[in-house]
Write a protein that binds this ligand. Structure first.
Ligand code: SF4
Length: 357
């Protein structure tokens, strides 16, 4: 096996990313909140719309999505859910690539987002022009990209994967002897390469939230809670993953809280996930993995600033105005849908095979 992380000199310049100040969720009195949620519920019904929210969004949105027949999920399930809906409109509370994926899979539906400027550091770190040029330099490699990419990057890929399905897909490709270009998350790519033995070259992007977890402080915290299981999302650095009892997607981490016998869990992912974890196992104790300590920066807070841009007020606003609709160039959509559908078909077959076992 030969693998490499390609160095910065191999890359077209990655633009620097402007990280927005951490958004404050607008303070609402309980009466205002109730009025707002009632208005939203009415508009969802009148417009035959459903709310699809990611685990990292504010608990208010997750609760509302569940209560109104929408969905709270990871990006794989968000994509699947949209395709199963009869609704005319999908309102996607998350970050932009999630809205784009929903539109790519459902071109006939209207897709709205509370804030179109909610992006993702992984998406921003992988500009289409540079990525396409890079792929063209490795014509014998299969191009696998994370869902956290733009529609144009997906359009250049052979496969799109989410963290929930990445390991079996990379295993499948490695078993066929395929060499892989992986983009954009270098930590997830490194984890996949180590877990599967696949031959991979990695694009050097990272998630600004998971990048901030600190292994030294985590090990110290684990000593204070020796009974706790450590749950880590694979977008975290290798040294943090090395401390984990469970490494997995957001759904896998929620399932671990539900199924493991431990009473306590130290959780290294965006803390928006605590809403679902508490719901899944109300008697368990959840502890945030440290983002402070050696090497911490002012961004360290375990909350994605872009996920935090979604709130009840801008959700009500888009339903009222119809603003913030997602549009995708049809030529790009036609190409981007192929690797996404390939992933969904693979996930479906895998699920069926596991159900048979
Ligand atoms: S948590 Fe990280 S990977 Fe997820 S949307 Fe935010 S920046 Fe992107």
């Amino acid at each position: 096996m030969s693998s490499s992380i390609i160095g910065p000199e191999d890359f077209p310049k990655i633009k620097s990313i402007a990280i927005p100040p951490h958004p404050e969720n607008p303070l609402l009195s309980s009466a205002q909140k109730e009025k707002l949620t009632q208005d939203i519920e009415g508009m969802l019904v009148n417009q035959n719309a459903v709310l699809v929210a990611h685990y990292y969004t504010h608990a208010d949105l997750q609760e509302l999505a569940e209560r109104t027949g929408g969905c709270v999920a990871d990006s794989l399930e968000m994509a699947r859910f949209g395709t199963r809906q009869k609704a005319d409109t999908l309102v996607v509370a998350g970050v932009r690539f999630m809205g784009e994926t929903a539109k790519i899979l459902n071109p006939e539906k209207r897709v709205l987002m509370p804030d179109l400027s909610a992006t993702c550091s992984l998406d921003e770190a992988c500009p289409a022009e540079g990525f396409i040029e890079f792929c063209d330099q490795h014509p014998d490699h299969t191009v696998v990209v994370y869902a956290n990419t733009s529609a144009r990057v997906k359009a250049r890929a052979d496969w799109v994967v989410t963290s929930g399905i990445a390991v079996p897909i990379i295993e499948h490709l490695a078993a066929r002897g395929e060499k892989i270009i992986w983009a954009p998350d270098k930590h997830l790519g490194n984890y996949l390469r180590q877990s599967t033995g696949a031959e991979m070259v990695l694009w050097p992007g990272s998630c600004i939230v998971h990048e901030e977890f600190k292994s030294v402080a985590l090990a110290r915290m684990a000593k204070l809670h020796p009974d706790a299981a450590i749950l880590v999302h694979p977008e975290s650095p290798e040294s943090v993953i090395a401390e984990a009892d469970v490494v997995g997607s957001t759904t896998a981490l929620i399932n671990a809280v539900r199924s493991l016998p431990n009473k306590r869990f130290i959780v290294a992912t965006d803390k928006g996930i605590f809403y679902k974890m508490q719901q899944a196992a109300p008697d368990k104790i959840l502890i945030e993995a440290p983002t402070v300590g050696e090497g911490a920066t002012c961004q360290a807070c375990a909350e994605c600033p872009w996920m935090g841009m979604n709130n009840l007020q801008n959700l009500a606003e888009v339903l009222k105005t119809g603003n913030n609709e997602i549009f995708i160039d049809p030529a790009i959509r036609e190409k981007a849908v192929i690797p996404i559908k390939r992933m969904l078909d693979f996930a479906e077959k895998l699920k069926n095979a596991r159900n048979k076992d």
